[in-house]
Design a protein around this ligand. Structure first.
Ligand code: EPZ
Length: 419
């Protein structure tokens, strides 16, 4: 969909209805980079039509891959790819371009790419990526670009100092074609990592989780063709569950891997919503005012996901009582606070924590999305406000939500794109 720059929302009514959920952004991005590994054609089904995917496909094209798209089915043939340098501004725009570092080292033993972009939610260093790849034999020459080579890319022990999702994915992408066995200790536990492993297994890789939660790869095997269907996006699903709870509605989301949302479901139940996993999906009913959350901190999976922290904050603005939310993953993920205050929300922040004092109602306002999940949070706030709100900078939202307007209209919201 085009990047229109504005959403109009007539809030004040509960959400109700049933929809499906797009494929997962944070699972498909590493999988697209993994299509560079090996020669077989990779067909990805249920690929979300979002800006970050479009940018990633453009990077693959510039690397010499043949790409064809049919709605949400994308096929990637990397057999003609001889490039190892990523040019163009797509790579500098998105965070996940950093995953081509591992994939190019895996395929070409060389990589040159710009420093990654992504939402301004923190410094987002890449020291863990570099440390992990160095443990596999890569050498780095860092000027204004990231340049690396790995003549001797060899499998071996890799230990991450923190469970970085991207660094775990880069270590996997680099080691799967390297000779020898690699064990990644301290690996991230996010489901998106397991979906990348499942995809590589289907291509013929020998990859599995260790008992301690690490990842073991017996490298050097040839990877073949695959047809793979993406699972639903847990963060998009969680966003809509919070929107339904905040508007005291009742919704059913089809085909959701419920277990992946355990931390959110526990919080929603604590707030007074009734949530059940049934018929392969998830149902939420919230027919009374929500309770505040006395204390919550975001954490690596299976803890409460940082990507749902802003949406939760928006849902807590009208909850009964005072909530305290601490953000432990990224250092500037409270950029929705000034926007929510425009609607009358009572939020004070001190360092990495925010205290939300519930109020009876939010006022509609003209708002500006500060980042991807912050933009989604403002949509949740506007759905609660009686009257017309407008949200600008919605290009951020389109990076991760295929069509938030289509989805929420499917749940009964009065919402439309402007422009
Ligand atoms: C992935 O980002 C996701 N993005 C993020 O989703 C998500 O919030 C994050 O994981 C945490 O779950 C994609 O998958 C494309 P990290 P990533 O490396 O890999 C620090 C969204 O809205 N760190 O796990 O960049 C880092 O600063 C996006 O969909 C280092 O210090 O996250 C952060 O504090 C936003 N050094 C923490 O670790 C490093 O080398 C977690 O980062 C790498 C990370």
């Amino acid at each position: 969909m085009d990047l229109v720059d504005g959403l109009e929302i007539m809030g004040g009514a509960p959400l109700h209805g049933e929809i499906g959920i797009q494929g997962s952004k944070n699972a498909v991005l590493p999988i697209l980079a993994a299509c560079l590994l090996g020669e077989g054609v990779c067909v990805i089904e249920n690929c979300p039509q979002i800006k970050d995917v479009a940018d990633t496909l453009e990077i693959l094209r510039r690397l010499g891959c043949r790409i064809s798209c049919e709605e949400r089915t994308v096929s990637i043939d990397a057999s003609g790819s001889n490039e190892f340098e990523i040019s163009g501004d797509e790579a500098a725009r998105i965070r996940s371009s950093i995953l081509f570092l591992g994939a190019l080292l895996g395929r070409r033993r060389k990589a040159v790419l710009p420093l990654p972009g992504g939402c301004a939610i923190g410094a987002r260093p890449i020291d863990q990526h570099i440390a992990a790849l160095r443990q596999l034999g890569a050498r780095f020459y860092m000027e204004e670009k990231i340049a690396a080579d790995a003549g001797e890319l060899k499998g071996g022990p890799v230990r991450l100092a923190l469970p970085s999702v991207g660094a775990t994915e880069n270590a996997i992408l680099a080691s799967v074609l390297a000779d020898g066995e690699t064990v990644i200790a301290g690996a991230a536990q996010e489901p998106e990592i397991d979906e990348l492993c499942a995809f590589l297994l289907r291509r013929g890789a020998d990859i599995s989780r260790t008992e301690e939660g690490g990842i073991r790869i017996r490298g050097g095997r040839k990877l073949g063709a695959v047809r793979y269907r993406m699972k639903a996006d847990r963060i998009v699903a969680g966003t809509y569950l919070l929107a339904a709870a905040a508007t005291r509605g009742e919704i059913f989301l089809q085909d959701i891997p419920c277990r992946q949302l355990d931390a959110l479901v526990a919080v929603l139940r604590g707030m007074g919503a009734v949530v059940s996993c049934e018929n392969g999906g998830i149902r939420l009913t919230a027919d009374r005012p929500l309770r505040a959350v006395s204390y919550l901190e975001t954490a690596p999976y299976p803890g409460f996901p940082t990507d749902l922290q802003s949406p939760l904050m928006a849902a807590l603005c009208r909850a009964r009582g005072e909530s305290r939310i601490c953000e432990t993953i990224f250092e500037s993920r409270f950029r929705t606070v000034p926007e929510l205050r425009k609607m009358g929300a009572r939020i004070r922040t001190d360092g990495s924590c925010a205290v939300v004092k519930g109020i009876p109602g939010l006022a509609p306002a003209k708002l500006c999305a500060p980042d991807l999940r912050g933009g989604a949070a403002l949509v949740i706030a506007a759905l609660q406000a009686n009257g017309r709100s407008v949200i600008r900078n919605t290009g951020y939202i389109a990076r991760g939500y295929e069509d938030i307007c289509r989805d929420l209209r499917g749940l009964g919201a009065e919402i439309r794109w402007l422009g």
